[in-house]
Design a protein around this ligand. Structure first.
Ligand code: AP5
Length: 231
């Protein structure tokens, strides 16, 4: 089973993705995370993406499509190995991909090449005013493998500026400021929101109210996906 998780910046995609992957045994493919890794490693892709991401714009479709196709290919091989050993296959949760209609069509074509498809597309819906607090309050652990994520308003760390899990310093993402957020929101409403109609037409869309607590949103999201996919 494969699914898409999308929504405006700060709507909670990253926060909820882990629970979805655990519940439905899926691999997590976040294009934002993959691009940030490429920037940190200063690969060719990272060098091309860096300024675009810092400005809150979309990285060109062909660059992002390349990493998505590569991840699908890698998961397909891993599934073949699991099947050969009598294990269960694992689907993919695409977090933050697709982000426009071209990417949505590319994803469908790509999955078709590998003999699979999207089974559900969940959108996290929330008012813009709430997103400013979420984005400007977000703090991340500077020790990348730790993955600690906090919010100074809704999920503060025990000690200010320090990760609860590993004690490393907390940092802000370069694009987490009000000015870049405004651009990211404009990109979302202009380019990403039209994919709602794309998935609605295919009867794959699940609308999830994302303004509640993390556990309330998780409950609605998990039950929405389960109902849509009949699992
Ligand atoms: P990406 O990393 O995907 O960023 P985004 O879409 O802007 O989303 P965020 O990661 O900011 O937020 P989120 O929805 O995951 O929220 P989170 O759970 O962290 O993309 C970054 C950039 O990469 C893009 O701008 C673009 O340049 C590029 N890019 C990525 N994909 C691309 C693609 N497909 N094509 C082209 N370019 C691409 O939560 C946010 C905060 O809120 C946290 O502090 C969290 O603790 C808090 N929070 C979460 N849920 C709740 C809740 N229910 N109540 C209270 N607080 C909450």
């Amino acid at each position: 089973m494969n699914a898409v998780l999308f929504g405006p910046p700060g709507s909670g995609k990253g926060t909820q993705a882990r629970a979805v992957c655990e519940r439905f045994a899926m691999a997590h493919v976040s294009t934002g995370d993959l691009l940030r890794e490429a920037v940190a490693d200063q690969t060719d892709l990272g060098r091309q993406a860096q300024a675009i991401m810092a400005a809150g714009k979309l990285v060109p479709d062909d660059l992002v499509g390349g990493i998505v196709r590569e991840r699908i290919a890698r998961e397909t091989i891993a599934n073949e190995r699991r099947s050969a050993c009598g294990g269960n296959e694992r689907g993919i949760l695409f977090d933050g991909y697709p982000r426009n209609l071209e990417q949505a069509r590319f994803l469908d074509a790509c999955l078709q090449d590998f003999g699979t498809r999207i089974d559900a597309a969940a959108v996290l819906e929330i008012a813009e005013e709430e997103l400013v607090k979420r984005i400007c309050g977000r703090r991340l652990c500077s020790n990348d493998p730790c993955g600690g994520s906090y919010n100074i308003y809704s999920m503060p760390p025990r000690e200010e500026g320090k990760c609860d899990r590993c004690g490393s310093d907390l940092i802000r993402r370069k694009d987490d400021n009000e000015e870049t957020l405004r651009e990211r929101l404009a990109v979302y409403s202009g380019q990403t929101a039209p994919i709602l109609g794309y998935y609605e037409e295919k009867d794959l869309l699940i609308r999830v109210a994302a303004n509640g607590s993390v556990s309330d949103v998780r409950g609605s999201l998990l039950s929405g996906i389960a109902a849509k996919c009949g699992v």
